[in-house]
Design a protein. Structure first.
Lengths: 643, 305
């Protein structure tokens, strides 16, 4: 502790300050840079700790070691085409910068480049991190840099430097916020500026359903869309966001039909519609996701015969839309003969055991209703296990493999097996893929849909109606972290206070994620469109900014007010300020005694009592207790006489 | 708050009646006396050093004695000698001029270091030693030493360690135009008006009072700030010694006492600090003389021509 105190009490040298700045800016990069470069930095650190002034030979060796480290770090990924990718380019820039800094630091010669480099490191960090801890660290890091700078420039103690740094920091915040709003940072997600960019589309759902390793399974927590309901969020059993409808299985992949085959819409049911607003992030696909059964669509969107809704162009930008649905799991629809044929089709050459089972069911039950019930009870009796990491299937007989051998899988396998078996027993069926959030990721009317909410379920045609079957609900056991058991009797339990708090934190983090960490030119457009259309929001926005401004000014005021450590000095200070306002300032190096005497003579202000009492209070051996009181009154009366 | 205490004002006025317009120097000399220190006056001859000394001695009721230091002055000329009395067949000590209460040591830098050191030792110890025998000096004992700052030839510069023994140093300086006119016109007598002096008991009481003057924490902070400033190596070659720091504190107390307070304020410090530091601190020069000479030579001659 004492050591630390000593360390902080004396102003560090410029080189030491730079070391601190480098440590602060390097820390986050250490998680990112590759092993050879880490070794290189370690080597430089050892050389620095040895502390000898390096010779030209040492410096050359270090430079060569750096070049080697870069080579090994980027080995394989490096080619000139690769340079057009922003990420690789920045990575290379960072490595070059680190080597340059290391060489410069070893010579111990402080120059402009060494001083500017911590800021460059800080800037490059911004490319790589999109997390809340990093945001907090970044804010702290900037503060550290400012403090070091102030400490060097002002040649004062740490306490004062911290104060000045805080003031600078606070004063800069409004400008930072304005810059932040108007100049979104470059991110790899939305990289432009001449770089190709590693464009990542959010695609928990890709319109198809793979049964092999490309299966629809994205455990990512990335947000696909945000949904704001007009009223409260429907129950979890009704939150089926419909994506694509799959009829045909070819080569282990379930596919949708060519949309143009059935252009006409079925008669849609009527009823009380649930309205909601969706913010769909770029998917690079044409699907948009609406709750079953969709009634109201966004402009330009098309609803087809199978209730799939699509846009004319793939979504390359965040898409905001209003929609309305009837929360109903079945709807009346004609089934043309051609379509019925497709909906009953299955591969006769594969899955012999399932076919045998279907034949058995066919022979024992007559009506489709009874047959469906038989299929259901078979699924229940099979004791299937839900897991996100199933054992590998025999892909040629995937239904057999799932139902009789492995008996474990996730929504895709459940849906595919159920639909196949239903078709085999003569019930037209199809698979629907989309999103099915469990509703826990919500606050008020606000719902978050993530990639991990991607889901597949089955629809069977019975009594001229399509009925939804939650195939995953037949799982008898659940292994591991799951979110897609949907429909199974998941007891969500009562929201305890702790859970509630957790949700609020989650919501807050979500808002920070959305509006700060993932703020981009897209968010900017969205923000501006809100500001343009919603006057109330505009007013709120401006008043929030003004409130922040007021708070910052208050903080600045509190910071710049000198701390009152000494009552006598504080009382005197008020008098000195009052006198200064009268145009009677204290001169440089003038003692209070001389000052008061001078003012008393030149301005005819009776100050001798104040002067005497002040000096008694401060310098006399024993002071009567009422002296401070008298001093205070005396100062007050003088101030009054000034007015 | 600023003026002299009513008790000391007539004393200063009385001395000022013979040393026109030099109230501040007089007050400072009194402060040095009541601080039980010794005073060094650095000035040219004929500005009133002796007048000041005689007037002060008379005012304080002290026995006055004067030694004019010359290059052949020996320590025994100051301290006294043991001489052999043939009648009584024994050595008898004959006291030198130092056995007095107010000693004006004129131009001390003219004598040899050996002689200077005899005086300075006496100042420090308040006693002298001759042939192994110790003789106490009378109390109070006050030395007002003078130095001629403008003569370089034939002087032995006092080392800093010895100058340190003087609690403060000052110069009297030329009188102001008005004061000098009065001197020229000889309108006033050059002797102290009768009836103004203080008794030995009073002197003792005042000196004790000086010792009791309170230096608060805030004031000690200020004192230490000045001491630290002298030592930080920016302005001066070396800082105040601890003896110098003590001298500053003691002069501050004395000054506060003369101004009627039993506590010191920063103005007391700023009033005495320059005089306490005058003979103790040396400003750092930008370049040494050696460097300047070398510079002059190299810039004005051409060695390879």
């Amino acid at each position: 502790m004492q050591y630390l105190k000593n360390l902080l009490s004396s102003r560090p040298t410029l080189l030491r300050s730079l070391d601190i700045a480098y440590s602060a800016t390097l820390l986050p990069l250490l998680f990112f840079i590759k092993l050879p470069i880490l070794f290189f930095l370690l080597l430089v650190l050892v050389l620095l700790l040895i502390g000898k002034k390096p010779t030209a030979v040492t410096l050359t060796a270090v430079a060569l070691a750096g070049a080697a480290a870069i080579f090994f770090s980027l080995y394989g990924s490096f080619n000139f085409a690769g340079l057009s990718r922003l990420k690789l380019f920045v990575e290379l820039m960072i490595y070059l910068l680190l080597i340059a800094i290391a060489l410069q630091r070893l010579t111990e010669e402080v120059n402009f480049y060494l001083k500017i480099s911590p800021l460059l490191l800080l800037a490059t960090t911004l490319f790589f991190f999109y997390s809340l801890p990093m945001l907090i660290y970044l804010l702290a890091e900037v503060f550290i840099l400012i403090t070091m700078l102030v400490w060097q420039v002002m040649q004062t103690d740490l306490d004062r430097s911290l104060r000045v740094a805080s003031k600078l920091y606070i004063a800069s915040l409004p400008i930072v916020i304005l810059f932040f709003i108007f100049f979104p940072r470059i991110s790899f997600e939305h990289a432009s500026y001449g770089f190709k960019g590693d464009l990542v589309h959010r695609s928990g759902h890709d319109g198809l359903m793979h049964l092999d390793n490309n299966a629809l399974l994205v455990p990512s927590q990335r947000i696909v869309m945000e949904v704001g309901f007009k009223e409260k969020i429907p129950s979890a059993g009704q939150l089926y966001f419909r994506g694509s409808v799959l009829y045909q299985k070819t080569d282990r992949i379930w596919r949708p039909l060519n949309a143009s085959l059935y252009p006409s819409l079925p008669d849609l049911p009527t009823g009380e519609m649930t309205g909601y607003k969706v913010t769909l992030y770029p998917t690079n696909k044409r699907w948009i996701y609406l709750l079953d059964t969709p009634l109201m669509l966004p402009e330009k969107a098309q609803l087809d015969f199978h209730l799939q809704s699509t846009m004319p162009e793939p979504l390359k930008e965040t898409f905001l839309y209003n929609a309305g649905s009837l929360l109903q799991s079945s709807y009346k629809s004609p089934l043309p003969a051609t379509l019925e044929k497709i909906a009953l089709d299955y591969d006769h050459k594969s899955d012999p055991r399932t076919q045998a089972l279907a034949n058995d069911i066919r022979s024992r039950f007559n009506g489709p209703r009874q047959r469906l019930e038989a299929v259901r009870s078979f699924f229940r009796g099979q004791k299937l296990t839900y897991t996100l990491k199933p054992k590998p299937f025999d892909l040629n007989n995937s239904t057999d493999s799932f139902l009789f051998d492995q008996r474990e899988g996730y929504c895709v396998h459940f849906a595919a097996a159920f639909a196949t078996l239903a078709r085999m027993v003569g019930i037209p069926s199809r698979i629907v893929t989309g999103y099915r959030p469990d509703g826990s990721d919500s606050l008020g009317n606000y719902l978050i849909v993530r990639e991990s909410d991607a889901h597949a379920w089955v629809e069977v045609y019975l009594d001229e109606k399509w009925h939804r079957v939650e195939s995953t609900a037949f799982a008898g056991a659940i292994i591991g972290d799951t979110e897609q058991t949907g429909g199974a009797d998941i007891d969500r339990g009562e929201k305890t206070r702790w859970k509630q708090l957790n949700l609020y934190l989650h919501y807050l983090r979500y808002q920070i994620d959305t509006w700060i960490l993932e703020y981009s030119s897209l968010s900017q457009k969205k923000l501006f469109s809100y500001l343009k259309t919603d006057t109330l929001f505009l007013l709120k926005f401006i008043s929030a900014f003004l409130l922040l401004l007021a708070l910052l000014i208050l903080a600045l005021y509190l910071l710049s007010r000198s701390k009152c450590r000494d009552r006598i000095q504080c009382i005197l200070q008020t008098l000195l300020e009052a006198l200064e306002k009268q145009g009677l300032p204290k001169r440089q190096g003038e003692s209070h005694n001389r000052y008061f005497s001078r003012i008393e003579q030149s301005a005819q202000i009776p100050l001798s009592a104040v002067n005497r009492l002040y000096h008694q209070l401060r310098y006399q051996k024993t002071v009567e207790p009422e002296t401070l009181q008298r001093f205070n009154e005396e100062v007050r009366s003088v101030k009054k006489s000034l007015k | 708050m600023n003026g002299l205490d009513a008790r000391f004002l007539p004393l200063v006025k009385a001395v000022a009646s013979v040393l026109y317009g030099k109230e501040e120097s007089i007050t400072l000399a009194l402060a040095a006396f009541f601080a039980k220190g010794h005073l060094l006056v650095e000035d040219i001859p004929g500005v009133g050093k002796t007048t000041l000394a005689k007037a002060l001695a008379s005012l304080l009721g002290l026995e006055f004695s004067r030694i004019q230091f010359t290059s052949d002055l020996l320590p025994s000329d100051i301290l006294g000698v043991n001489y052999f009395n043939q009648k009584q067949a024994e050595f008898i000590f004959r006291q030198g001029p130092i056995f007095t209460q107010f000693l004006l040591a004129d131009e001390i830098n003219r004598s040899m270091p050996k002689t200077q050191s005899a005086l300075l030792e006496a100042m420090e110890e308040d006693s002298i030693t001759v042939d192994g025998k110790r003789y106490e000096l009378q109390q109070p004992f006050f030395v007002m030493g003078t130095q001629n700052p403008y003569e370089e030839v034939g002087t032995f510069k006092l080392p800093d360690s010895q100058l340190d023994r003087f609690i403060c140093a000052m110069s009297i300086g030329y009188p102001a135009r008005e004061a000098e006119r009065e001197i020229l016109a000889q309108k006033k007598p050059r002797t102290l008006p009768p009836g103004t002096h203080i008794t030995p008991e009073e002197i003792k009481e005042i000196q004790e009072r000086v010792d009791r003057v309170h230096l608060s924490d805030a004031l000690l902070d200020y004192l230490q700030a000045i001491i630290a400033l002298s030592r930080n190596g920016v302005h001066f070659t070396h800082g105040l010694s601890t003896r110098g720091a003590l001298a500053l504190a003691q002069m501050t107390r004395s000054w506060a006492c003369l101004h009627g307070r039993d506590y010191a304020i920063p103005d007391d410090v700023t009033a005495v600090a320059p005089y306490v530091c005058l003979h103790r601190l040396h400003f750092k020069e930008g370049r040494t003389i050696l460097e300047r000479i070398r510079d002059v030579i190299t810039s004005n001659t051409q060695p390879d021509a």
